[in-house]
Design a protein around this ligand. Structure first.
Ligand SMILES: [Zn+2]
Length: 125
């Protein structure tokens, strides 16, 4: 399969987020952010939970019950390593919920590096 990656990197899914979804560690927070967005598009809840820091990780996301959300696109605005083990990624993601008009999610997400990069939390702009 050579479909283009849902994270809109311009690469194929195989050459982009698929290896991460199969367990390869992401090289940096931006790659993790992209692979997590792709996981939302593809409904890969186990991946989203596995890349969420244990301190802030929810018990479940219920992605598959919430099939009304359709992700429409991702745009990374800023990627900044703020220390040796911390980084932020600012992004805008577009989605449609329940067939209504497209919404925009503008978030600044915090990431931390321990054994690999993890998502901590995000603040809506
Ligand atoms: Zn990707």
């Amino acid at each position: 399969m050579s479909t283009s990656c849902p994270c809109e990197s311009g690469k194929t899914y195989q050459d982009c987020c698929e290896p991460y979804h199969q367990g390869a560690p992401t090289a940096n927070a931006e790659t993790l952010m992209r692979s997590r967005y792709s996981a939302y598009v593809l409904g890969l809840e186990p991946y989203l939970l596995a890349t969420w820091h244990p301190d802030t990780r929810p018990a479940a996301l219920k992605l598959n019950e919430d099939d009304a959300t359709k992700w429409l696109g991702l745009s990374i605005k800023r990627f900044e390593k703020t220390s040796q083990t911390k980084a932020i990624v600012e992004f805008v993601a577009c989605y449609k919920a329940g067939g209504h008009k497209a919404e925009r999610l503008h978030e600044v997400s915090q990431f931390v590096l321990t054994d690999r990069w993890y998502y901590i939390s995000g603040e809506i702009e």
